[in-house]
Design a protein around this ligand. Structure first.
Ligand code: HEC
Ligand code: HEC
Ligand code: HEC
Ligand code: HEC
Ligand code: HEC
Length: 192
């Protein structure tokens, strides 16, 4: 006599339940693990990169002016925001009012650092932008502007609401690229 529900059917159902439980579990666990590797700091408010870099089509260096010149790319001062936000309110206007208030009272916006190397490590943006854009230009047979190089280390910032760290930028990661691109690898290159 055939059972109403076959053993095979039960096995399939159990397998589906197990896989689904595992998938849901990992969906919860993996983002947590990543968040621990690259914690996203709490900001005074979310600065929407996509709105500015993609929708408003601002060049990265419109705000991060020094990336191709010195060590730090620098985060823009409030003045840079007020240039537009004295007129553009956006959303319900609450945040942009906060931006204007900061300017009126001379208070800086205290952005938390997303990327931060230990003090024992030396990093300059300038040689990276210069040499990596030359290499990319040669590879692609066209001129590469500095802002096209940022994604190498920071990912596609223009497509995200809030910038997060996406690359380890640990010693092994730095040294691996230095080897691949004929950049110096002696300890004193990166350590004081
Ligand atoms: C309108 C100004 C503006 C533009 C344009 C802009 N940014 Fe930003 N960027 C900011 C502000 C403000 C912060 C600080 C807030 C934050 O970290 O989310 C920031 C933070 C960052 C950080 C994190 C810095 C840290 O603390 O480690 C990176 C990386 C970055 N931007 C890359 C880019 C790239 C790449 C582009 C172009 C695709 C770009 N930005 C375009 C204003 C801008
Ligand atoms: C070779 C990898 C690399 C490239 C390419 C790169 N960055 Fe960075 N960026 C870093 C690292 C590493 C840090 C952390 C530096 C530290 O803590 O001293 C950083 C920090 C930053 C910061 C926050 C601190 C600061 O320097 O003011 C901003 C903003 C930033 N990058 C923007 C950019 C922009 C814009 C570009 C493209 C024009 C770019 N970066 C290209 C690796 C890179
Ligand atoms: C070149 C002009 C320009 C500059 C400079 C600029 N913004 Fe914006 N910003 C815009 C535009 C355009 C919007 C989208 C407005 C909308 O959605 O109606 C926007 C939207 C925003 C929003 C979303 C508003 C909301 O309530 O959702 C925030 C937050 C913001 N900007 C903050 C800043 C900060 C902080 C700076 C300085 C680091 C800055 N902006 C610099 C043009 C600019
Ligand atoms: C994607 C590849 C890449 C990554 C990732 C990278 N670098 Fe570099 N780095 C380069 C290149 C290319 C140069 C330019 C070498 C030259 O001037 O010929 C350079 C140059 C440097 C210099 C200047 C060396 C000098 O004496 O002129 C320092 C310091 C440096 N890197 C530190 C770091 C650190 C620290 C990290 C990791 C946080 C890092 N780099 C990650 C490719 C990379
Ligand atoms: C291309 C850049 C680069 C080179 C070359 C390099 N380091 Fe590092 N090193 C880093 C970075 C970035 C960190 C911090 C992130 C981490 O812990 O991996 C670091 C961290 C360290 C640390 C952990 C303590 C600390 O400062 O945070 C030690 C120890 C160290 N390096 C030793 C060395 C020695 C020894 C050499 C030469 C054989 C060397 N490094 C070469 C980039 C470099």
């Amino acid at each position: 006599m055939r059972a109403l529900i076959s053993d095979k059917f039960i096995i399939v159902v159990v397998a589906i339940v197990l896989v689904a439980t595992f998938a849901v579990g990992m969906g919860v666990v993996i983002p947590k693990v990543l968040a621990n590797i690259y914690p996203v700091p709490e900001q005074p408010f979310v600065f929407p990169h996509q709105t500015h870099a993609d929708v408003a089509a601002l060049d990265c260096q419109f705000c991060h002016r020094n990336a191709d010149q010195t060590n730090a790319a620098t985060v823009p001062a409030v003045e840079q925001c007020v240039f537009c936000h004295k007129i553009i309110t956006g959303g319900d206007g609450t945040i942009t009012a906060q931006v204007r208030d900061a300017w009126d009272t001379g208070q800086p916006i205290t952005w938390a650092r997303v990327h931060r190397l230990p003090d024992t490590v030396r990093f300059w943006h300038e040689p990276h932008i210069r040499v990596l854009s030359d290499l990319m230009s040669a590879e692609q047979g066209r001129d590469i502007i500095p802002s096209e190089v940022c994604a190498t280390c920071h990912g596609d910032v223009a497509s995200v609401k809030q910038v997060e760290q996406v690359r380890t930028l640990k010693m092994a990661d730095c040294v691996e690229c230095h080897r691949a691109k004929n950049a110096p690898t002696d300890c004193s290159t990166c350590h004081y």
